[in-house]
Ligand binder design. Sequence first.
Ligand code: AMO
Length: 434
Amino acid sequence: MVDELGTVRRTHLSSILNPSLEGQDVTVMGWIIAVRIHGSITFVTIQDRHGPIQVVAKRKVCTDSVRNTLSTLKYHSSVAVSGKVAKSERAPGGIEIIPHNVHVFSAVTKIPPFEPAAISIKNIDTRLESRCIDLRREPLQHIFRARSVVLSAIRNYFLGNDFTEISTPKIIASATEGGASLFSIFYYDKEAFLAQSPQLYKEQLTMSFEKVFEIASIFRAEPSRTNRHLAEAISIDMEEAFVDYNDIMSQVAEVVRVAADAVRQYVKQNDGVKFEPPNTDKIPQYTYQELSERIQDAGSNMEWGDDLHPSWLRKIKLEGLYFIKDWPMGPKPFYVKTSAKNPKISESFDLMHNDLELSSGSTRVQDKNILESNLKKKGMKVASFKHHLSAFEYGMPPHAGCGIGLERLMMALTDTENIRDAVFYPRDVDRLGP
Ligand code: AMO
């Protein structure tokens, strides 16, 4: 038996209920997270989007029908309860509701795979398989609500600094970040790909808007099963005309500072939330050269030109936020500019948190001939980039930019260990659902 919503409406959220409402009739709505029966009294906890509400049904005070309905409800059933507010020192918000009417919108019959109020559940796959109820749990509620305020703070930062928000195609004709991690799809009668990054479009858009940003999905056919790689991630991309990578590093530092401030504010407003965003006051900068020497001195067998493995960074005890700049040119994508001082080095940087890369950026090549030659060196087809290359014939400004992985940023800001917990519905090498 399912009750219709009809004309029933919520009058109060849990956050509004307080002892001054004693004696008033209210209607609350939410999901059942606990049912306890003590003799002739049934205690039910309902959770709405702001928190828990206690409902207490006593024999002779409430009708048998209301008490029976409440007593048989299973976790996660969605309900409306109408009743009178009574003071209760031990209940959430200092009140409980003495019900006179219950609407059951959806009566759950299944036993859920985990308790609704569980704080930690060992197997992440168990949670991901039932993500819709996993996301209702408090630890995840805080990560995703913090994510929401971080996104808003970052958007406000960009808009307040004269950036224009852009949206670029996600179905594209050629690779931007190198060929290996591309998803190919059917596009009518042709092969196409899911965008690994908005790279080429954001560069072109500096020609018309100078300062642009995009917050959108990027797709990487990552073969790796790690707690830091996704097949679909959200990238916060920015690109700016008439600046270089040093200017972009200052800009990223500001973005991370406003994001961390937003989380600190969230912590202040929410009792019991323990996130401790890293210090953003002055983010140190190290060159690749400097760190590679330190890593070699620490006894690791790295060679100049190698990527800096997380284990090596841990070995030399790099902690908190820091930049690694002036990377070797070799592995960098074709659009990254070579340093004027040393042809082996690129004008590029990564922003790190401990051993996790949060962002990478660079000054871009702005000369069409150099781009063509870089594409050839990397074995990429120049013809596939003809539209992009032709843009460089119409006054491409010097420009630079970067991409910040939103999920990784949230991992750093909320001490989240597994990137899958910073995504509503993660996609990885083993997971295409739910
Ligand atoms: P890059 O490939 O380094 O650079 O990506 C930028 C940032 O995006 C995040 N990221 C990922 N997060 C989760 N799972 C993945 N598989 C994944 N891949 C990338 C990381 C990374 O630092 N076009 C350049 C950016 C630029 O130069 O503007 C680019 O895509 O946090």
